[in-house]
Design a protein around this ligand. Structure first.
Ligand code: ADP
Ligand code: NA
Length: 328
């Protein structure tokens, strides 16, 4: 049987951090080694321009994202890794999908409501964002999408779009499903109620994959926790310390009971220090890979070109069928 296509994307809006690593990238490296699955991963630069942007920063972030994904183990000989804007079929299919989607449906999506609430002049791209996301997935007729809870509504829109297209124009698109996984949600080190994020201005809120050992140790040391000195795990009432325990557990691949047992007679200072050491160890090879790739930019450029070529070929296959069905 042919491998099942899995589509995933990441915005080039900053460096990869531990949340991206444990919530996405690590899983991608596992999927790429699973012979029953074919992974397609896009650095979604078109999604990164829905709000005001700086072209120089965007271009630097795109290349940085390729470097860091490669450094984390994404293998371009196994995964189709490409820059979204270099595959024009994403925009083409998005237009057709936009014509099959109602304003009311888009206007009702929670993420749009939240993001548009802070804008006085709302760019159309912000409204169309999930339509582009549907095109990203369906262009490769992907069956599985490894997304978190926060993307469920957008995945439902992609499913709806597939249904509408298939109903009016002929059965072409499979209904993409969420890839079930129990990935950890990593919290901000400064405000543990929030998730760790690339777009948070305070860089002490996250550990980036190329941070130096000194930066990592300092960020762990400064991580916000609460008052009781003892170490207990309760994400609801003690999100700060629970986040550190969860990270430690994930890195050491231990059960939470064993982690709590390990820290039973120890305090928060010890937890922060041992977590820091674990992170340094985890990221040492990634940091070395980043350095190596920074000295081999021609290789990185070639990966970007070859990835775009592979993606364009796959996208062209789907678009030929789409054009035929819609009457172009
Ligand atoms: P960011 O908020 O850092 O810009 P993205 O929206 O680009 O992250 O998400 C890229 C991938 O990383 C997605 O699959 C997302 O679910 C995952 N991810 C992002 N932040 C976290 C986090 N704090 N914990 C776990 N997974 C995360
Ligand atoms: Na695979």
């Amino acid at each position: 049987a042919l491998p099942v296509t899995v589509f995933s994307g990441i915005q080039p809006t900053g460096s990869l951090h531990l949340g991206n690593y444990f919530g996405a990238v690590k899983l991608w490296t596992e999927i790429q080694n699973d012979p029953t699955k074919q992974l397609i991963t896009s650095v979604v630069d078109m999604h990164a321009i829905t709000l005001a942007w700086d072209p120089k920063a965007l271009r630097a972030n795109i290349r940085r994202m390729f470097i860091e994904l490669l450094a984390c183990g994404v293998d371009p000989s196994k995964t189709v890794l490409f820059q979204q804007s270099q595959v024009p079929q994403h925009a083409q299919l998005q237009w057709i999908f936009a014509c099959l989607t109602t304003m009311a449906r888009l206007d009702n999506l929670p993420q749009y409501k939240e993001k548009s609430a802070t804008q006085s002049d709302i760019p159309c791209g912000l409204l169309l964002y999930p339509v582009l996301q549907a095109a990203d997935i369906l262009l490769y007729r992907a069956r599985l999408v490894p997304v978190g809870e926060d993307q469920v509504h957008h995945l439902q829109l992609a499913q709806h779009t597939a249904r509408v297209f298939n109903h009016h124009h002929g059965k072409l698109f499979p209904s993409p499903q969420r890839l079930p996984s129990d990935l950890p949600r990593v919290k901000s080190l400064r405000e543990p109620a929030k998730k760790m994020s690339k777009s948070e201005p305070d860089t002490k809120s996250r550990i980036e994959v190329a941070d130096s050992p000194e930066q990592i140790m300092l960020k762990c040391k400064r991580a916000v926790t609460d008052f009781p000195a003892e170490i207990t795990f309760d994400p609801e009432t003690r999100p700060g310390i629970s986040n550190l325990l969860l990270l430690y557990k994930t890195i050491r691949a231990m059960e939470m009971d064993a982690v709590l047992e390990h820290f039973r007679a120890k305090d928060k200072v010890a937890l922060k220090e041992e977590l820091g050491e674990a992170v340094v160890e985890l990221l040492r090879p990634v940091r070395e890979n980043v350095r190596h790739l920074e000295g081999n930019l021609e290789f990185v450029e070639r990966v970007m070109e070859e990835g775009a070529e592979k993606a364009r070929a796959l996208a062209a296959d789907t678009m030929r069928l789409v054009e035929n069905l819609v009457g172009f």
